[in-house]
Every structure is written in C-alpha cells, then in structure tokens.
Design a protein around this ligand. Sequence first.
Ligand SMILES: Cc1cc2nc3c(=O)[nH]c(=O)nc-3n(C[C@H](O)[C@H](O)[C@H](O)COP(=O)(O)O)c2cc1C
Length: 310
Amino acid sequence: MQRVPRETNVRLAVDLGGLAMRNPVTTASGTFGAGREYHDFVDVAALGAVTTKGVSLHGWEGNASPRIAEVPSGMLNSIGLQNPGVDHLKAHELPWLAEVGATAVVNVSGHSFDEYVAVIEALEEAPVAAYEVNISCPNVDAGGMTMGCHVPSVEKVVGMCRAATARPLIVKLTPNVTDVAEIARAAEAAGADAVSLINTLLGMAVDARRRRPQLARVVGGLSGPAVKPVALRMVWQVARAVRVPVLGMGGISCGLDAVEFMLAGATAVAVGTANFANPHATVDVIDGIIDYCEEQGVADVNELIGALEC
Ligand SMILES: Cc1cc2nc3c(=O)[nH]c(=O)nc-3n(C[C@H](O)[C@H](O)[C@H](O)COP(=O)(O)O)c2cc1C
C-alpha cells in the first residue's frame, strides 16, 4: 500500500541551505535507488526530498560479491558506488521523479576532481533541486586516498563543484576522520550550502569457521542503528562548528531518532538502512516527528533544531 504522512497542523517545512523541503525527511543515498522501487510503499513526492544513489560520469560495476554482510544492529556494505552513469539517470530516473512531483537531490561521486565537475555539468539542465557531493570516495588524483579526509582536497573538490553550479550544494562528510568539525569547516569555507553526515563507518566481519572475511573486499561501511550514537555525536559537533545547515543521518529508523538528530543540530535528516527492513520507514519517520511535535506542543519543526539543553 502506498502511504503518505498523516495530516497535521504542525509546520514541517525546512530550508536546507536553499533546498526547500516540505518536511525534514529525505532518503540516504544508496538505500532508496532513485525512488521508483519504493513508490509502491511510500508516495515519494510526499518526502522532503529523494536523494539518489551516487552517480558518476560513466557506469561503474561496483565491487565483487559478497558485498553485504549483516552484523548486530546494522549491516556492512562494499557495493563500491555501482551505478549506470549520469546519462542513464538523466534519461530515466530524473524525468520520472519530476513527473511524480518529487524533489530530487542527486548524490554525485567521481574517480577524480574533474569527474565531480563533469557530473554536475551534465546535470545542470536536468530537474535537480540540489546536489549532494559524496567526498568519501577514493581519490585517484591524490593516489587513492579518500578526498574527504584531508582539508586541502576537501577545499579543492568543493571549490570546483561550487564554481560549476548555483544550485544548493550539500557536501557529504565521512566519519572516518579524527576531527570531523575541521573537515566541515573546510567544506563551508569552500562554498558548501549545507553538510550531510555521516557516511558509513569503516568496519569488517569475519566468518571464523571458514577463516575468511565476510566481504570480498574484506572491509566495508557500517550503517544502521549500530552507528547512531557516533552519528549523533558528529552531527552535534559539526552543527556547533559551522553556520550552514546540517543534514543528519546514521541509524535513523523512527520519528524519535529523527527528533534526536534535530535536537543535536540537524535541520533535516535522512533515512537509510531502515528502508531495507521497512519500506515504509520514511513515512513512519515523518509520522513519528509529527507525533512528537503534537505531544510536546511544538507548532513548527524548526523549533527543534539545535534545541538540545546541555
Ligand atoms: C547499501 C548502501 C549504499 C550506499 N551508497 C551510498 C552512495 O552511493 N553515496 C553516499 O553518499 N552514501 C552511500 N551510502 C551511505 C548512506 O547514504 C548513509 O550515509 C549511511 O548508510 C548511514 O545512514 P543509515 O545508517 O541510515 O543507513 C550507502 C549506504 C548503504 C547501506
């Protein structure tokens, strides 16, 4: 059954660095395709936005299998940014999202600094409300390091993307760093309109009987409820370090989880791994935010942002 959020008098609209969202809930990239597969379960136009799977200039096959492992309170993945390329997104997914009335945020990835810019340039005429630049990718230009881990490469890639578009630019941060606030400040200084976090935490799982790693690539990204306390801590730290709004994610599966992120400083939230177990999760989260606001006498969801008392 296709669900929509329930009726309410609570004001739910938020502004994420120029991205107007009808409510504070989007999808975490890579867990919702481009929305089509979930449209039987939730009206994707009723979400704050649909954030697509990361897209690169040309198609990527992704990593070898097995590339998913279930772990306590979460999962590990090493999908490796598999996607059919930006032309496919433009020809098939973005027109569909526009037709159903959804707000589309495209998650941009690349093998090199120039590839990020090329993907954005390819999308400038397409119906896209904002870009989310995933700087957690391995960076070929800098010898295979992750771009999002070092201030100079963050400044460079964000500055180049900034110059390529006037649309809202959300920069997605990796949690696999010592000081996430420093990286967030670098992204802001280079022109980000918002930052999103967290991407997955590096982890691994071992099959002791077979004496083998559970993932073909040995290590993968941990997501789901297991990462929520780390994600909350990082959102709180980043929200205090930058002026631009924060899109919070990591283990959100119900309305109260989302409220916790907003109290810690997030303007909006994304629902990721929860979609796999519960395809109604996004609407459940919106309904749960409404329940909380009604119970607490909150007339406007914006009142929650950063309202943590500590
Ligand atoms: C299977 C899978 C694929 C993902 N693919 C992407 C991606 O393409 N780009 C990106 O920025 N993040 C990607 N992520 C990270 C999520 O968007 C999100 O940041 C992370 O999973 C934490 O949220 P969650 O615990 O609610 O899933 C992926 C996560 C999963 C589980």
